[in-house]
Design a protein around this ligand. Structure first.
Ligand code: UTP
Length: 287
């Protein structure tokens, strides 16, 4: 099982970040000096991914423009001796082989992933949600790929979340296989207290097999009236398909809501050499 392809669903409406996301895709909002989606693509590449499909929509063309060359800008930067800036601009376009397909209607994450069917073909593939950023020693996706390869199984990234947060995620029914890897036997999307299996929630990263596509094709709308990826994965799991969860090392930020975006911005800025000391001093001056 070698995983070389990844899918980044980025066609959501971003209603929790309005009004900015009326015209700017939330995946393009800058965390320090790079858009959110660049961190996600860098994690994919650092995990061994070579080809990436981004699921977009008609309001998201800023993403394909960003990952394209910009010869006029590069010429100007070179002429002005701004070599570092020029390299950064070029690097963003050379990160990976990136493809795009549109989700013509915003019918949910499951429907968005289903749009990747032709790109994926017969190979297992990774999914990285377009607004979930990870900070870790080993790239989180790499941690999942290692677990998926070891057990020849689908794998979801998980961590235990607080009791009052489980209803915002998908809750997993698990039994331990080894230290941080669990066998998954069932799951529920956005569970009520009765539907909750555990505090282990699916958090933004997946390794899947093409067996998910015929299921997604027939998955009816679920919670929120959307075709939910978790509903499809539940069926896959109940059908006996090997399925594990990796409790990953690292911190996950949901940049699709204001507080998550702020947490990520502060943590990244505190660690960056260009901004860390400045920000610490600034915060102190406010205390
Ligand atoms: P979210 O629920 O976090 O994104 O979906 P959203 O729908 O943009 O959020 P709000 O609630 O309106 O603010 C998780 C991921 O699935 C993608 C999103 O872009 C995000 O990366 N998604 C969601 C799609 O690609 N298509 C959809 O129809 C729904």
């Amino acid at each position: 099982m070698k995983i070389k392809k990844a899918v980044i669903p980025a066609a959501g409406l971003g209603t929790r970040m309005l009004p900015a996301t009326k015209t700017i895709p939330k995946e393009m909002l800058p965390l320090l000096d790079k858009p959110v989606i660049q961190y996600i693509i860098e994690e994919a590449v650092a995990s061994g991914i070579e080809e990436i499909l981004v699921i977009t929509n008609r309001a998201k063309s800023a993403m394909d423009d960003y990952f394209d060359y910009h010869p006029e800008l590069e010429e100007r930067l070179l002429r002005d001796g701004k070599i570092k800036e020029c390299e950064a601009v070029r690097r963003s376009a050379d990160l990976a082989e990136i493809f795009y397909v549109r989700q013509k209607e915003t019918k949910g994450l499951g429907h968005a992933i289903w749009r990747a069917k032709s790109f994926v073909g017969n190979e297992p593939f990774a999914v990285l949600l377009g607004d979930d950023i990870m900070r870790s020693q080993t790239p989180v996706l790499k941690q999942l790929i290692d677990a998926a390869e070891k057990y020849n199984a689908c794998c979801v990234g998980t961590q235990a979340v607080a009791d009052d947060a489980v209803s915002r995620y998908s809750s997993l029914k698990v039994s331990p296989l080894e230290d941080t890897i669990y066998k998954v036997t069932d799951m529920n999307e956005k569970p009520s207290p009765e539907e909750k299996f555990s505090n282990f929630a699916i958090l933004g990263r997946y390794v899947l097999t093409p067996a998910i596509f015929p299921i997604l094709e027939n998955t009816p709308p679920g919670k929120g009236g959307e075709i939910q990826l978790t509903d499809g994965l539940k069926q896959l799991c109940l059908s006996g398909h090997p399925f594990v969860a990796k409790e990953f090392e690292g911190r996950r930020y949901d940049t699709g809501n204001l507080c998550g975006f702020l947490e990520a911005t502060l943590d990244f800025a505190l660690d960056a050499p260009e901004t860390g000391d400045f920000l610490r001093e600034y915060i102190k001056s406010k205390a």
